[in-house]
Design a protein around this ligand. Structure first.
Ligand SMILES: Nc1ncnc2c1ncn2[C@@H]1O[C@H](COP(=O)(O)OP(=O)(O)OP(=O)(O)O)[C@@H](O)[C@H]1O
Ligand SMILES: [Mg+2]
Length: 257
């Protein structure tokens, strides 16, 4: 049994800001560094799975089968071996999962209970890719994890919307200290707009050690996703940027109890 298993959600209420991209790259980066990682795809569009090259045909059972009381599914039946040191847990029907979770009386305990077996799998990290917006699934994920990683697209509206995440946590009676890293994404060196929004973010985030280096906007990042590859397998330049985020995650891991 592993002594220390740290669980992070990659979350932002806003859609299309890079949650799945960043979840996949943190997960694969940690795995390449020798950590044992489980990536949980809780985004209804299955993007995290697609970015790693897996489609519905590759799924055996999914997280939904674990939540569905009528079936007696074991966690190991759902896992896909995605890369060395990296397993993937696909979500399946996110709408049905939300409906199922409306019936649950203790949303704060439901994932702890359903994923109880995980403790014996020896994972160092569980990285959960969340869908956007408030939902029962996201309520359950945020209650379950030890920390939150927030990708923010470098656009004024996205930077201002970071406040909504703090509000969500407060409504859930969760501590904003759970926010471990904020990752500015889609930085464009050529535009003043990107630089101004990065500056705005630095002003907005009081605790500046939360903020990572920005990930640049690069066509190769989107291309890699479409090919089912990570940038570690496709583009050295982006790989360097993601590795600096991975390093920060590892240093936070070292600080966890
Ligand atoms: N730094 C980047 N440079 C170029 N393209 C990027 C970058 N980050 C993400 N993308 C692309 O932008 C799109 C949205 O990214 P992604 O799917 O990771 O966002 P998301 O927040 O998970 O979206 P959703 O809310 O729909 O789940 C994808 O096509 C992805 O390949
Ligand atoms: Mg996504």
């Amino acid at each position: 049994m592993n002594e220390k298993m740290v669980k992070y959600a990659v979350f932002n209420n806003k859609g299309g800001v890079g949650k799945s991209t960043i979840a996949v790259h943190i997960a694969h980066g940690l795995a390449l560094d020798g950590y044992k990682v489980l990536l949980v795809d809780m985004d209804g569009q299955n993007d995290a799975s697609l970015f790693l090259g897996f489609t519905l045909q590759d799924y055996k059972k999914t997280f939904y089968n674990l939540i569905d009381e009528r079936r007696n599914t074991k966690l190991e039946e759902c896992l896909i071996h995605a890369r060395d040191n990296l397993d993937l847990l696909p979500s399946g029907s996110i709408d049905l999962m939300n409906t199922e979770l409306f019936r649950v009386s203790r949303i704060d305990l439901v994932l702890e209970e359903k994923l109880n077996d995980l403790k014996s799998f020896g994972y160092d990290f569980v990285i959960i890719d969340c869908g956007p917006q408030r939902s029962k699934v996201n309520d359950a994920v945020l209650c379950y994890v030890d920390g939150i990683i927030i990708p923010v697209q470098l656009q004024a509206a996205s930077v201002r919307a970071v406040g909504n995440i703090y509000e969500y946590l407060s409504d859930m009676r969760l501590n904003s200290g759970m926010i471990k890293l904020i990752v500015p994404n889609m930085f464009d060196q050529r535009t003043n707009d990107s630089k101004e929004n990065l500056k705005l973010m630095k002003e907005f985030i009081a605790d500046d050690h939360l903020l990572t280096e920005p990930i640049h906007r690069r066509v190769k990042i989107a291309e890699a996703g479409k090919l089912g590859k990570t940038v570690f397998e496709y583009d050295d330049e982006s790989a360097r940027q993601f590795l600096s985020i991975v390093k920060k995650v590892i240093s936070r891991y070292a600080q966890e109890e």
